[in-house]
Design a protein. Structure first.
Lengths: 114, 114
């Protein structure tokens, strides 16, 4: 059974720092991995999607990497800003086909202090 | 605005009530999903519909009854719920006929069962 773990559970940094969020999964047979952002009481916003054949994806100050064989992904946030404060969720597909079913980690809650 | 609209945003109901959650997507996606987010637990997939046919029921109790009349609309009918069913219910949609298709989430319905 696929399990997704995110470390740390919470993180507080001063504005301007570069930071790394970690995600690990137990079964390497995935179709893709997605990183989402969730603001309190709100839905999820997709940030980056990495196909199983890819190693990384970049969007602005965000860079996500994937090492499928070791079951790990990282989300790198450069020059953090107070507006980056949110919960970041990692999710992998349940299996290696494109069914859209995702298994989520519990998230990392990030606070960026001005 | 993600293109996925959920109503109502908040719902308080007694254990003997019957209510329905509604989700509508304007993205032309073929798949729609219900997820449950409880406090301190990862998001849990409840149901998946693909071209309005149910393709996944993740052992959800029968007091939750989904309905998908077409690819753009998804309902979750609720009856005789328990207090432990209080959670944020999230609807999502995606395409599953391509490569690298992200999930788009609605803002959720925060449900409280008294």
């Amino acid at each position: 059974k696929q399990e997704v773990t995110q470390i740390p559970a919470a993180l507080s940094v001063p504005e301007g720092e570069n930071l790394v969020l970690n995600c690990s999964f137990t079964d390497s047979a995935i179709y893709n991995l997605q990183w989402f952002r969730q603001d309190p009481g709100k839905g999820l916003t997709s940030l980056l999607l990495i196909q199983s054949s890819q190693r990384e994806q970049t969007s602005g100050r965000l860079n996500a990497s994937l090492d499928k064989s070791s079951g790990r992904s990282t989300l790198y946030i450069a020059a953090s800003q107070p507006g980056d404060s949110a919960t970041y969720l990692c999710a992998v597909t349940a299996g290696s086909s494109n069914t859209g079913k995702l298994i989520f980690g519990q998230g990392t809650t990030l606070q960026v202090k001005p | 605005e993600t293109g996925v609209t959920q109503t109502p945003r908040h719902l308080v109901m007694g254990m003997t009530n019957k209510k329905s959650l509604k989700c509508e997507q304007h993205l032309g996606h073929n798949a729609m999903y219900w997820y449950k987010q409880s406090a301190k637990k990862p998001l849990e997939l409840m149901f998946v519909y693909n071209f309005k046919e149910q393709t996944e029921n993740n052992s959800v109790p029968s007091r939750f009854s989904p309905e998908c009349p077409n690819s753009s609309h998804l309902f979750l009918h609720l009856h005789t719920l328990q207090p432990e069913d209080s959670a944020l219910y999230l609807c999502a949609s995606s395409r599953t006929d391509g490569i690298g298709e992200k999930l788009f989430f609605g803002s959720g319905t925060q449900l409280s069962v008294l």
